[in-house]
Write a protein that binds this ligand. Structure first.
Ligand code: SAM
Length: 240
């Protein structure tokens, strides 16, 4: 997968080259290219923003510079353009799963009050474009949102995780939150690892994990339980 990020703070994306993602890049599983939006400015101040029409606080990112940058970065290769914004559709694990099969994702990082809306409208008339939010809060720029989304997508790509089963068993994979996890020692500060996990009885362990996932989801995210399809819970789940 190729990932392009356009930003006025290229340094913000440096963590993409760390740890798991860094290894995936080194292994050629992901090709990440970060572009400085200011390279497409033409004035001496390299201005990327201007005052908003209609008044109000803050500045809006200029369409001309974004248009020239995106034309060059997109080129002729098919891509999906992602525009992070708190006013976007929520980014979820389902979004990550959908994007993992894309050959190319291009992220446009906004700053200030965001990007002139005509940029989104223009590219949406010729290619897939999505305005997405990583949560109901407001960040100062799109860079951190891009780090979040790229990491969520990249760990689903074949070969990126050492053990692909971990992604299959994670929270949200079956619509539930994952239950608690434990490692050695058996007793730590008087707290014991549940006996069933040490029993070697795989059926009992699977049932215990399922019950804890249901319990945790019901307590912390009842909205997820309510959204499960009719056939997602078996008779035993319902008894829980
Ligand atoms: N005026 C905008 C609004 O109220 O919807 C907020 C702009 S925010 C200060 C600046 C940039 O941060 C946005 O253009 C976007 O790129 C990014 N951003 C902020 N919060 C975000 C979120 N929850 N999800 C995704 N991107 C976000």
């Amino acid at each position: 997968m190729r990932i392009d990020v356009v930003t006025i703070f290229p340094g913000y994306l440096a963590p993409l080259r760390e740890a798991l993602l860094g290894r995936a890049i080194a292994a050629g599983l992901i090709d990440v290219r970060v572009h400085n939006l200011r390279d497409w400015t033409r004035d001496v101040h390299q201005a990327v923003d201007d005052a908003p029409y209609g008044g109000g606080p803050g500045m809006v990112m200029r369409p001309q510079v974004w248009g020239e940058a995106l034309d060059d970065v997109l080129g002729d290769e098919p891509a999906r353009l992602i525009v992070p914004t708190p006013a976007g559709v929520p980014f979820t694990q389902a979004t990550a799963r959908r994007w993992k099969d894309e050959p190319r994702l291009v992220f446009a990082c906004g700053r200030y009050e965001g990007i002139d809306q005509r940029v989104v409208d223009e590219y949406a008339s010729r290619m897939p474009v999505e305005e997405v939010s990583i949560g109901d809060y407001v960040l100062v720029g799109g860079e951190v949102a891009v780090l979040v989304m790229v990491e969520a997508v990249a760990r689903l790509l074949p070969g990126v995780l050492g053990n692909p089963q971990s992604a299959e068993q994670d929270s949200f994979s079956d619509g539930l939150l994952e239950g608690p996890a434990y490692t050695r020692p058996v007793v730590w500060r008087g707290r014991e690892v549940p006996a069933v996990l040490r029993s070697g009885d795989h059926g009992a362990i699977a049932r215990w994990r399922r019950d804890r996932a249901l319990e945790r989801t019901a307590k912390r995210r009842p909205d997820l339980l309510a959204a499960l399809p009719e056939d997602a819970l078996d008779q035993r789940d319902r008894e829980f």
